[in-house]
Design a protein around this ligand. Sequence first.
Ligand SMILES: *[C@@H]1O[C@H](CO)[C@@H](O)[C@H](O)[C@H]1NC(C)=O
Length: 383
Amino acid sequence: MGLLLPLVLCSLATFYTVESLPQEALSLLPLLSRGCNDSDVLAVAGFALQDVNSNRKDGYVLSLNRVSDVREHRQDGLGSVFYLTLDVLETDCHVLSKKAWKGCEARSFYESVYGQCKAIFYINKPRRVLYLPAYNCILRPVSRRKVHRMCPDCPSPDDLSDPRVLEAATESLAKYNNENTLKQYALFKVTKASSQWVFGPATSVEYLIKESPCTKSEASSCTLQLTDSVPVGLCKGFLSQSYSEKFVSVTCDFFESQAPTPGEENSADNQGPTNLPKAEEPQQINTAPTDSPSKAMPKGSVQYLLDLNDEKPEGSQEKGPVEAFPVQLDLTTNPQGETLDVSFLFLGPMKEKLVVLPFPKEEKRSAKCPGPAQRADPLVLPP
Ligand SMILES: *[C@@H]1O[C@H](CO)[C@@H](O)[C@H](O)[C@H]1NC(C)=O
């Protein structure tokens, strides 16, 4: 090895003279295996997940259950690129609330949605830069069959288009409009629903609301619609019926910063590159000044798949290993890596390039991974 390395260095150096950028040889720096419980790794994972959440327009904030795998690729004098595989849990905060995942509650086990995210995250501590170039996540609801076996009376998820779900949403929102405000709100979209039997059917529902142009006095007959309306809050409603009695309850939580109106350039978003704050105040991240915020928008998606047990009927497990959360994330397929221009993250006139590699394979993961889980229940951990 001691003899081989200089040789490799030489041949690559000549190979790369074509590009005449000394930075191009950076991919020679090895990918470091890091411990999944290292405090700096956990901090990086937390920042990356925060950026994933703030990039999303739909769904619930994801929280970190554990770091499943991590590799660090040091960039000569320019910080590090981390390749993170994170096991995540859905919380009860909507992403439009822009709440930090640490301030959100994980859901009860019977309504858990869990999964895995892969993220490529760049950190440059001395220059206080954090940047998420790309991520992908796959989520699944907890196995309904397993939940039912453990807890036959627990609420079970409903089809969002079920008439009872819509009824629970409209009735609870009517109650909210009637009791709480001068302003009126209208249903934007149902986001979650479940039901159980408690002396009769009981439905819990979560939905986004928008402002309604109607006044309180005309509420019941009003058909006005605001065009271009955006969700302004998330309500949790409950409707139960037993004998002839109906019970309705509702709470609504309004978003601090509302979603930008379509077509308008979003200036105060959290989606661009972020300045690294002092270590003791990680929640206060400022948006770095940049001329091209569009380039800083991470590429990524969150995909929802079915309950694992729904897909595989019982007894059909012998079909060979099927990857339950097949998250793909590759900015390049070139094993030597490719350069990624991140000059826009810095104020200077210099061209700053990172070397990104194909996403490292899980088989080579460190013995110190995965890290300890916040919730170690196998029901919500990717296999
Ligand atoms: C993870 O790190 C924390 C703090 O450093 C430590 O208390 C804990 O025991 C570690 N857990 C494992 C499983 O290594």
